[in-house]
Design a protein around this ligand. Structure first.
Ligand code: ATP
Ligand code: MG
Length: 284
């Protein structure tokens, strides 16, 4: 059975997509794992990064199916696919990204129309888990990149996932979303007592290296103190992902940071060090 981890933080722009795709690549390239990345955000940033913006548009133009089709597969009007045909998500949704060295990353792409699911969400929250149950035997790791809003899509991720990774920025208000995240997870657990979901940790991302400003230090201490509080008891990773423009380039080129042109070896080492701390926490 695959290990499933979701990247969640209801605060936007904290690095969920960046880390989801980099962790996916690391597992494929450095650990030789079979990985499925599920883009569960209507913004489709993970899809655009892994497939390139043009590749993703071509894929949609050719009628390639997306995670929106998983949610709309029983919708008579077939909003996402444009027709009411019955879908075979097993066959249709995988996008195989194949690099020269034979490394593979499988992705379930997203598209803007996924947001339509939010308008009429009744009965759809378990459809992704049903899809995952059908394909998970093919993977060691399934990574779900979530959108920054708490919605039926978050519940759909909870149904699939065992672990939640929370990227945060060391900035003012970094911890303001903790009660929301906690409530969201706890409310789900109350409704589904058999489900085991754990926050595997909070990771400081996009951290300014070296000249750490006083506010950053305060924000960092605040996050550590709050995460350690009794109502949460969340782990904070010792290893940060410091700021590097190479992450931007990696996203643009759809590449792992370890193979990104011009990326400093220090940046690669920092990510690898975080990965060494991260993977054992999810049992990989
Ligand atoms: N460690 C980093 N160093 C430099 N830039 C980074 C780093 N992490 C993320 N970024 C940049 O910050 C921006 C936001 O990151 P990203 O899209 O991963 O956040 P997100 O949490 O997925 O956002 P959203 O909530 O909108 O989905 C992107 O432009 C990304 O390239
Ligand atoms: Mg994102």
């Amino acid at each position: 059975m695959a290990v499933c981890v979701s990247l969640i933080n209801m605060k936007g722009g904290v690095g969920k997509t960046t880390l989801a795709s980099q962790i996916a690549w690391h597992a494929v390239m450095q650990m030789d794992k079979k990985v499925l990345l599920i883009d569960l955000d209507p913004q489709a940033n993970a899809s655009q990064s892994v497939m390139s913006p043009e590749g993703w548009l071509n894929y949609l133009d050719k009628g390639g199916l997306t995670v929106a089709d998983v949610f709309e597969q029983f919708t008579p009007t077939g909003v996402a696919s444009g027709s009411p045909k019955k879908l075979d998500p097993l066959k249709a949704i995988h996008k195989r990204v194949d690099y020269k060295d034979g490394s593979l990353l499988h992705i379930v792409p997203s598209r803007l129309e996924l947001s339509w699911t939010l308008r009429n969400p009744t009965g759809k929250e378990t459809l992704l888990a049903r899809f995952v149950a059908k394909v998970e035997q093919n993977y060691d790791l399934i990574i779900i990149d979530c959108s920054p809003t708490d919605s039926i899509l978050t519940d759909a991720a909870y149904h699939c996932t065992r672990h939640i990774l929370v990227p945060i920025r060391a900035e003012f208000l970094a911890s303001i979303g903790f009660p929301l995240l906690n409530r969201s997870v706890q409310a789900f657990k109350m409704r589904h007592e058999d489900k085991v979901i754990e926050i595997c940790g909070l990771v400081f991302n996009d951290f300014v290296r070296g000249n750490e400003k006083r506010e950053h230090k305060l924000a960092r201490q605040d996050v550590k103190d709050k995460a350690a509080a009794k109502e949460y008891g969340w782990y904070v990773f010792d290893n940060d992902i410091p700021h590097s423009d190479s992450y931007f380039r990696a996203a643009r080129d759809g590449m792992p940071i370890s193979r990104t042109k011009g990326a400093h070896h220090k940046v690669k080492d920092e990510f690898a060090t975080f990965a060494e701390e991260f993977f054992p926490r999810i049992g990989l």
